[in-house]
Design a protein. Structure first.
Lengths: 478, 258
């Protein structure tokens, strides 16, 4: 049989043939010393804009976080908007929201590290920092919520003369222990890959500034044995922190799912909350990367459209998963037709706050689905960051719909009352400001880019020619 | 002590004598909705006035409230009987397992739900999990005389047998446990058994229609047990399996009204 040889039309060429491989960070290597100098310079550079922003944030933290909290402690929770049916208000919304933000760090860092997704390399640290700083806000929000926060230490299982222990039957107790575990694990997991970079900074610092880096680097010199131990420890932590991450948000969801309430008592809440956490977390990573790229020096070299493309793809997948779980959580009570569930669904969709429900669906499903399918759009940093902001607003509203709105409708219709937030609004601004402030300070104190990881990746990558195509190869050295 | 599943039980297991199993019957058919029980409860249990603004916002601290529901607009209004609602002293109380610090506990002796004020840290999980919404929270220091100066004189009539609560803690109906204890002590001092009708909580004492009956439900001959066996009797949200101790009577089947 004769085969008619036809030339391949130009239009059918593969997309990557047009790409210049040097657009990718891994194929655009720089000498070690130069890259170290770039990261160090990004840490040293702090213009008037940095100081102005830090000053404003400090002012906001002092007023909206510390003073507002002091005011609430001094006067009781009456200055907040919580009332009889809505015993849990925006404080718990913020707690769930910040734990959600904190999930992205572990997801990006641990899961992508374990799966050896090479695109993760320049922004693992930026994501890990979000975990630790997000958990600080979540913990603060829980303590703000307590009626007598000065007795919060009673939640710790410590031996005391009264012979009293905390109640391990309470989901709040599980929550408390889970968040503590996650905070400890994620801080250690942040610290381990930071060690070589701290040592790098130590070697390039003089004077009194050298002292903290010398202490924090734990005498790391970069010998083969040290690297081997570090890799082993990071590997153990990367695997171990994944189940911790999943359990934390599942346990947070149990605070609601274990309660005997219409709208809350749902067996799908565990995975639904985990996916919701990833949804807001991935979106927050996009925002943070955009901020780092556009405000810090040399960051356009490290954080490139390809990384926004990767995060955009993950955001789209997570958005679809979230929609799937939301549909499950919605359909089953709707089909079941329980009286109270039905009343609650009618309240969220047609009640006085009906618009929140629609904003939630548009921001969490419509916006990401309509924008993120396009590679060019999701590779555009400012557009992806805007989508990230919209998704975060949508996910915050989702928690608002679940917690205060879910509490408005209960089995005693006589007590139904609307919830009007008061001091909570300031404290929400306060937690956001504190998060941003911590992040800005950290960006000047520690290398926000894991330099050694980027260098390792660049050393492992090479281009080979297969026929006329250039193929990117990576040697598996982990 | 453990359940048949071998799980530890987080209840009071001290070797006390079993006290009375206390219960209540509320006859909605003869309740006039006069709110005397609400006032008496506030007097007896040092429940502060929260002021108009907070009360309208759903922060009144009433341990007992009169619920009324109606359908339609005047003059075609269809009303249901008044429904006094308070802590149902559930045998299997949803509020108890969720408290992280054991502030909401079950008394093995009386089978009542106790709220330990000085243990409460104010997470408010118990009130979220209470299907009867019977728990109230001290949103402010309502006993602070600077909050409502016009009500300061009311602080002179506080009941010395009941704790005055501060801000940030949960509270709820106790079945007037201070009165139960006083009557028990009196009977013990006179070396006799407690008589039926000797313990009267403030709401029952104040009820002009005698719609609230209180007593021991482990004694089949007591007035409350007899009333609870009425064909009109029902429990609120029985389907949740909380086993409440308050029986409501409704239905006018024995012709006591109209």
């Amino acid at each position: 049989m004769a085969v008619a040889a036809r030339p391949i039309p130009r239009a059918q060429q593969h997309a990557q043939e047009h790409d210049d491989p040097r657009e990718h960070l891994m194929h655009d290597p720089k000498p070690r010393g130069e890259m170290n100098a770039m990261v160090l310079e990004s840490m040293h550079t702090a213009g008037w804009r940095f100081y102005a922003a830090t000053g404003v944030l400090m002012l906001l933290v002092l007023t909206c976080f510390f003073y507002a909290w002091y005011y609430m402690i001094a006067n009781g929770l009456g200055v907040a908007g919580v009332n009889r049916p809505v015993f849990w208000g925006i404080f718990l919304v913020n707690t769930v929201f910040w734990i959600g933000i904190s999930h992205a760090g572990t997801f990006i860092s641990a899961i992508l590290r374990v799966m050896k997704i090479e695109g993760r390399r320049p922004f693992t640290r930026a994501a890990e920092l979000m975990t630790t700083f997000g958990l600080v806000q979540a913990g603060a929000s829980i303590f703000m919520h307590m009626g007598r926060v000065w007795l919060a230490y009673w939640l710790f299982p410590f031996p005391n003369e009264r012979g009293l222990w905390p109640n391990f039957h309470s989901p709040l107790m599980w929550d408390f222990l889970a968040i503590n575990t996650y905070l400890l694990c994620s801080t250690m997991y942040l610290f381990l890959p930071l060690l070589p970079d701290i040592a790098m900074v130590r070697d390039h610092t003089t004077g009194w500034r050298k002292v903290p880096y010398r202490i924090l680097s734990l005498g790391f010199r970069g010998t083969e044995g040290e690297w081997k131990n570090l890799q082993t420890a990071m590997n153990i932590f990367a695997f171990a922190i994944i189940p911790v991450m999943f359990s934390v948000h599942t346990i947070v969801s149990w605070d609601f799912a274990m309660a005997m309430r219409p709208g809350w008592s749902s067996s799908v809440f565990g995975p639904y909350f985990v996916v919701g956490a990833l949804h807001s977390g991935m979106a927050a990573v996009a925002i943070v990367l955009f901020m780092i790229r556009s405000t810090m020096k040399h960051m356009t070299y490290f954080i490139r459209p390809e990384h926004f493309n990767l995060i955009g793809k993950l955001m789209l997948i997570v958005s679809m998963t979230w929609a799937y779980f939301y549909f499950n959580d919605y359909l089953v009570p709707w089909y079941g037709g329980d009286k109270w569930e039905k009343l609650l669904q009618e309240f969220t969709e047609k009640g006085p706050l009906w618009y929140l429900w629609y904003i939630m669906l548009i921001a969490n499903i419509a916006v990401p689905w309509l924008i993120l399918w396009n590679r060019k759009w999701r590779s555009t940093p400012w557009l992806l960051a805007t989508v990230g902001v919209i998704i975060n607003i949508g996910m915050w509203i989702e928690r608002y719909v679940i917690i205060p709105e879910g509490l408005t409708i209960n089995r005693m219709p006589f007590t139904w009352r609307l919830y009007v937030p008061a001091v909570e609004i300031f404290l929400t601004i306060g937690t956001i400001s504190l998060f941003m402030l911590l992040y800005m300070l950290a960006s000047r104190l520690i290398p926000i880019i894991p330099v050694w990881e980027v260098q390792e990746g660049q050393a492992a990558h090479m281009l080979r020619k297969v026929g006329k195509a250039q193929v990117s190869t990576v040697s598996d050295i982990e | 002590m453990s359940t048949e599943l071998g799980l530890p039980v987080f209840t009071n297991t001290s070797e006390e004598d079993l006290g009375g199993r206390w219960g209540m019957v509320i006859d909605q058919d003869i309740c006039t909705g006069c709110q005397a029980c609400v006032a008496a409860c506030a007097m007896e249990n040092n429940i502060p006035f929260v002021g108009e603004v907070d009360a309208a916002y759903g922060r009144s601290l009433q341990w007992i409230r009169i619920e009324r529901f109606w359908e339609g607009t005047f003059p075609e209004v269809k009303m249901t009987p008044y429904q006094p609602m308070m802590c149902q002293q559930c045998h299997r109380a949803p509020c108890e397992p969720v408290c992280p610090v054991f502030a909401s506990v079950h008394s093995a002796a009386e089978d009542l739900n106790l709220q330990v004020y000085n243990r409460c840290v104010g997470t408010r999980y118990c009130s979220n999990n209470c299907p009867y919404q019977a728990r109230t929270f001290n949103w402010r220091d309502y006993t602070d005389s600077s909050l409502h100066p016009e009500l300061t004189t009311l602080h002179n009539q506080l009941n010395p047998s009941v704790t005055v609560r501060r801000r940030g803690i949960m509270e709820k109906c106790t079945f007037c446990i201070q009165r139960i204890r006083q009557s028990e002590d009196a009977a013990k001092a006179e070396n006799r058994e407690l008589q039926d009708g000797e313990v009267v909580p403030a709401c029952a004492q104040a009820c002009p229609a005698d719609a609230i009956v209180f007593g021991r439900i482990d004694d089949p001959e007591s007035r409350v047990s007899q009333a609870a066996r009425s064909a009109r009797g029902y429990h609120h949200l029985e389907e949740l399996g909380t086993l409440p101790r308050v029986t409501y009577l409704k239905g006018e089947t024995d012709g006591r009204r109209g």
